[in-house]
Structure formats: structure tokens, C-alpha cells
Design a protein around this ligand. Structure first.
Ligand code: DC
Length: 227
């Protein structure tokens, strides 16, 4: 539940792709001794499940059935679907191209938000990263952060991720695909990417991950002491 004591022990990290969410969330979780949940991986796992099962992505009811029933687990950087490790597949071009469309279906979001709240209840809190975590999923989170970075730096980071996974793509192509996805994520009717009430905006351009992690951990400790 978003109003539960567990929800208060949440660090909500939102922002567009390439803003540094995963790196920062991992660092904050480690520093606070919390588990971390990558909710983007959950949307990606549903998109992969849709591709795998041959469901028509335009059929919102069928896609929702996948979101409600698929055995998805995201833990320690590994994403599984029905027990199979799909961590590599969900970062591939087919999923990346489809995922914004899947994430715009209100019933899919409802199903995944319920799972995200249950995850926090089970873990007694955590660091949760995504697009709507501070605004919709955990509005009572103890600390809410909205990460940004310049478009060029975001594209450069994503291109490095792609190169590390042996997928050759130019920074320019990454930047244009990213701009399209960000526009879709920001303009959708339900839970668009936006800065949550009470969120601190942190520009990660040119900053070290460690300095940002320290800033967020300090904020959490201060909020903890004040409550
Ligand atoms: O962070 P990412 O690139 O792995 O996210 C994949 C997609 O899922 C992206 O199009 C935004 C969407 N998403 C969302 O709508 N809500 C979230 N809480 C997390 C991700």
C-alpha cells in the first residue's frame, strides 16, 4: 500500500532514459542496505512476454492478461519470466521499440503498480526506480528524486550500454530513438513521466555517481531523523 509504513521507507527515483537511474538506484540501495526494484525491467518483461506469446500488441485486453499473469521477477539486476533469465533479451531492440506502447495501457500499469507495492510490502521498503514512482506508485516515499541529464549525455550513456552489449548503434540513432520514447512516455494519458510533488530535481550531467548517491543518502537520513 502506498500509505503504509513500508512506503515511507522508499526512495523513489524517476527520470527519463539515460538519466542515470539504475546506477544511482543501485548505489543508494547499497549504501542504505535496501533492495532495489527496476520497474522499467517489469514493463520490458511484459513487452517480451507479448512478443514471445504472439499476442497482438494492439490488443490491450490480451496484453493486460500477460501483465496480470506472467511470472515476472526482477531481483539483483536479473529479470526472469517463468523462471527463464531474460535480462539480455529485454534490452534488445524489439523490446525497446515496443515497450512504450505497452506501458501506455492503463490496465497494464495497474497490474504492475500492484506488484510494485506488494514488492515494497514484502521487502519492508526499498529503492524503486522508474517514471511514475514518486507521482503515482509511492507518493508517500520518504525521499523522491527526479534525475535529469543533457540529451547528449543521456544518448552517450545509452550508446555505451548498447556497445557493452555488443549492439552497434550510433549516438545520433540512440538520441533520436530515445527522444521518441521520452515523448511517448511524457505525453501518455496515464501516469506520464513528470516531476512528482515534493521531488528534488538532480541534474546528473558531468557529476560523478558517487556524489549523487551521497546527496540522496544524506537526504534520506535527514528525512528519517525528522520523522
Ligand atoms: O527505464 P527503462 O528504459 O527500462 O523503461 C522501459 C519503458 O518502461 C520506458 O518506455 C518507460 C516505461 N516505464 C514506465 O512507463 N513506468 C515505469 N515506472 C518504468 C518504466
Amino acid at each position: 500500500m502506498s500509505g503504509s509504513p513500508e512506503a515511507e521507507k522508499v526512495v523513489a527515483i524517476d527520470g527519463p532514459s539515460g538519466s542515470g537511474k539504475s546506477t544511482i538506484a543501485r548505489g543508494v540501495a547499497e549504501a542504505l542496505g535496501f533492495e532495489m526494484l527496476d520497474t522499467g525491467a517489469m514493463y520490458r518483461a511484459v513487452a517480451y512476454g507479448v512478443l514471445l506469446s504472439g499476442v497482438d500488441p494492439e490488443d490491450a485486453a490480451a496484453v493486460t492478461t500477460v501483465a496480470e499473469n506472467a511470472a515476472i521477477a526482477v531481483q539483483h539486476g536479473v529479470t526472469t519470466l517463468a523462471g527463464a533469465d531474460i535480462s539480455v533479451e529485454i534490452r534488445g531492440p524489439a523490446v525497446t521499440q515496443l515497450v512504450s506502447q505497452i506501458a501506455a495501457i492503463p490496465e497494464v500499469r495497474q497490474a504492475l503498480v500492484a506488484r510494485q507495492r506488494a514488492w515494497v510490502d514484502q521487502h519492508g521498503g526499498g529503492v524503486v526506480e522508474g517514471r511514475d514512482i514518486g507521482s503515482v506508485v509511492f507518493p508517500d516515499a520518504r525521499v523522491k528524486v527526479y534525475l535529469t541529464a543533457s540529451e547528449e549525455e543521456r544518448a552517450r550513456r545509452r550508446q555505451q550500454d548498447e556497445a557493452a552489449a555488443s549492439r552497434a548503434i550510433s549516438v545520433e540513432d540512440v538520441q533520436s530513438a530515445m527522444a521518441q520514447r521520452d515523448a511517448a512516455d511524457s505525453s501518455r494519458a496515464v501516469s506520464p513521466l513528470q516531476t512528482a510533488d515534493g521531488a528534488t530535481i538532480v541534474d546528473t550531467t558531468g557529476r560523478t555517481p558517487q556524489s549523487i548517491v551521497t546527496e540522496i543518502v544524506d537526504r534520506y537520513r535527514a528525512a528519517e531523523g525528522a520523522s
